[in-house]
Design a protein around this ligand. Structure first.
Ligand SMILES: Nc1ncnc2c1ncn2[C@@H]1O[C@H](COP(=O)(O)OP(=O)(O)O)[C@@H](O)[C@H]1O
Ligand SMILES: [Mg+2]
Length: 322
């Protein structure tokens, strides 16, 4: 778009990039998404006339090469889940671990802008790999997020499966500069109304997938398995199955949890090392976590042993990231 502006030499023609207006929000740089994933784009936006009212707009990207006929169903699934989770987080949890859901636009939705870094960022991972306190605080906040998520009521079908995230991985976790962890990306969630997943079509990342997910039997313990893999990534400086291809990972996950451990030796000492193995289903059955709630409670006592109160975790993490 060419517009006229008054410059020091009188009227001049300048090229101005068109802004995208979505309801009351403006996307200042529509040709530069902050993130582009499988079938959506995530844009930074702000309220019209108020650049301090910052938000994020997530829109379906029909021209993505990963776009499939059912992508829209997954996208809508993500919106439904996000809405339900956001309504629930205040009611039961008393702490926020998900971005606020702020409403829908014609081809997407608006949410709270998390000013920070994804957990997959090297600046965060280098700290979690070298500081047990940092890893423990991040692991605790992620367990809080899962605990809340797993308790969100599902609606829809007669036979109800409990809420399951199905895509727990570092890229879907954002940490704000003020030390608050946020779990994102609910497209693949099981919420009682989700699209039928084709077993030949893996939409999640195999690196962090669980054996149950690979075999088409997705349950809440599948999220705990992925959680164990995320904690492995945080504490070992490498991804689980680093350097292995997708076929190998799927075959290993289909075999036995022991193979996961053999390929990925757990070297971190202390509670988190044990937690990884228990999340992966290794050890006596009575030793495995019965729920994400149990995991969260145990982490709370680990924090207490380190002299950290639950209400202090965000402040502490913020100082560590400073
Ligand atoms: N609310 C948010 N605030 C800040 N950044 C975000 C927000 N939501 C998503 N992002 C960024 O965009 C990336 C992709 O978002 P996500 O919802 O995971 O979609 P997808 O994986 O389908 O692209 C994230 O890894 C994160 O870096
Ligand atoms: Mg994502």
């Amino acid at each position: 778009m060419v517009v006229t502006q008054i410059g020091s030499e009188g009227l001049v023609l300048v090229e101005q990039k068109p802004q995208l207006i979505l309801g009351r929000y403006v996307v200042p740089v529509p040709d530069k998404p902050m993130g582009s994933g499988s079938f959506c784009n995530v844009f930074y936006a702000h309220a019209e006339g108020d650049t301090r009212d910052e938000v994020v707009v997530r829109r379906l990207n029909r021209s993505s090469r990963n776009y499939r006929p059912n992508s829209e169903d997954y996208f809508q699934n993500g919106i439904r889940t996000h809405r339900a989770v956001d309504q629930y987080q205040d009611v039961i949890a008393g702490q926020r671990r998900f971005p606020r859901f702020l409403g829908e636009t014609e081809d997407g939705y608006v949410m709270e802008f998390i000013n920070g870094l994804p957990l997959s960022d090297r600046r965060i991972l280098s700290r979690t790999a070298t500081s047990n306190e940092t890893a423990l605080i991040v692991a605790y906040q992620l367990a809080q997020a899962l605990d809340t998520f797993h308790r969100v009521p599902v609606d829809g079908r007669a036979v109800r499966k409990p809420m399951t995230h199905a895509d727990v991985k570092p890229e879907n976790v954002m940490i704000s500069w003020n030390g608050r962890l946020n779990l994102l990306d609910f497209d693949l969630a099981v919420n009682g109304n989700e699209p039928e997943q084709n077993p030949d079509e893996f939409l999640a990342t195999p690196t962090y997938m669980s054996p149950g997910h690979v075999s088409g039997n997705l349950t809440q313990p599948s999220d705990l398995f992925s959680y164990g893999s995320v904690v492995y990534r945080m504490t070992h400086g490498v991804k689980p199955f680093e350097g292995k291809d997708q076929a190998f990972i799927q075959a290993a996950l289909s075999a036995s949890p022991m193979l996961t451990l053999l390929v990925n030796p757990v070297r971190s000492a202390g509670y988190l090392g044990e937690a990884i193995k228990r999340c992966w289903g290794i050890g006596p059955i009575e030793n495995l976590y019965g729920s994400s709630s149990e995991l969260r409670k145990e982490l709370e006592s680990e924090l207490a042993d380190e002299g950290i109160k639950p209400e202090e975790v965000e402040d502490r993490l913020s100082k560590i990231l400073d």
